[in-house]
Design a protein around this ligand. Structure first.
Ligand code: AMP
Length: 287
């Protein structure tokens, strides 16, 4: 496995892979790798001839300086995991390699970022879209793998690819969970044992929304309130949002019909966790 820090060296390495006639698969990450990331990497390994994983904690997408400062960084363990999974190339640039000078152009994401995380994390998706666009230009992958856990991020990336005609196939990968339903996340490391016990309340609330919707509930406000009501009243827990949105545009629905996405952000102590579930209503969508 090659571990590369410089853009120029990465381009050279990938030019050789392409000359060998292979498809390049790309898994962008911020490191602190876990089994969720492994699922993306395994898919890329199965479907592509050369698998590139990037590990870069992108300052541009952090809206809170303390979140950036405390974001877990575990590069040696990450490299070990990548090697075990058969990754061909890890791209692990320093911030100065990605941003040698202040950017004079950035991507501004539109309506798809107006709700959910986009509403509560100003500039976050602009930072995500900008770094992913840069990474796409650097790696020029045939396929890129993203987790459904970050559903709004996936929707944003699909828009970027469409709007800028990026020749890459976006491949979504289902969320990997702990046995109690908690979605794997690098931020779970920050939970203390008490908080870890409380954290699956996020998944359970989403399951309640999915259950009510499957039974035919059509009023989003009632479903929201019923789902929020399942979250224990504990001073450690605070719901930032729980919304029902249409899965492409990420806009809140006025009536539940067809497929809707239930998405939630829950603060557990000082850690912010997000999760979502696709819900199928028996009510046909009327367009
Ligand atoms: P991150 O390192 O958190 O930026 O995540 C890198 C990629 O891994 C993103 O596409 C995430 O959606 C994906 N990912 C993170 N957690 C999970 C999970 N539990 N299951 C599946 N994919 C995940």
């Amino acid at each position: 496995m090659d571990v590369i820090e410089a853009v120029a060296a990465l381009r050279e390495r990938l030019a050789a892979a392409r000359r060998a006639g292979g498809d390049v698969g790309f898994v962008p990450t911020m490191g602190a790798l876990h089994a969720g990331h492994a699922a993306l990497i395994e898919r890329a390994r199965r479907e592509c001839d050369c698998t590139v994983v990037s590990i870069f904690v992108n300052p541009l997408q952090f809206d809170r300086p303390d979140d950036l400062e405390h974001y877990p960084r575990t590069l040696p363990a990450d490299l070990h995991m990548c090697a075990t999974l058969g990754v061909d190339v890890v791209f692990a640039p320093a911030a100065a390699e990605m941003y040698p000078a202040p950017l004079s152009c950035t991507i501004e994401v539109g309506r798809v970022a107006s709700h959910l995380c986009g509403r509560y994390r100003p500039g976050h998706f602009n930072g995500v879209a900008t770094v992913v666009m840069k990474l796409f230009q650097i790696v020029q992958p045939d396929r890129a793998y993203f987790g459904e856990k970050d559903a709004q991020q996936l929707a944003v990336i699909r828009r970027v690819v469409r709007d800028f005609n990026v020749p890459v196939r976006i491949e979504p990968v289902p969320t990997v969970r702990e046995r109690d339903g908690l979605a794997l996340s690098s931020r779970n490391q920050r939970l203390d044992p008490e908080e870890r016990k409380l954290a699956p309340a996020l998944y359970r609330a989403l399951c309640e929304a999915r259950r009510l919707i499957a039974e035919g509930a059509d009023d989003p406000e009632r479903v929201r309130q019923a789902a929020i009501a399942t979250i224990p009243r504990d001073q450690c827990l605070r719901v930032e949002y729980l919304e029902l949105v249409e899965p492409d545009g990420m806009q809140p629905v006025e009536r539940i019909e067809g497929a809707v996405l239930a998405a939630c952000a829950l603060w557990v102590g000082t850690t912010r966790l997000i999760d979502n579930l696709m819900c199928d209503s028996p009510r046909a969508r009327v367009d």
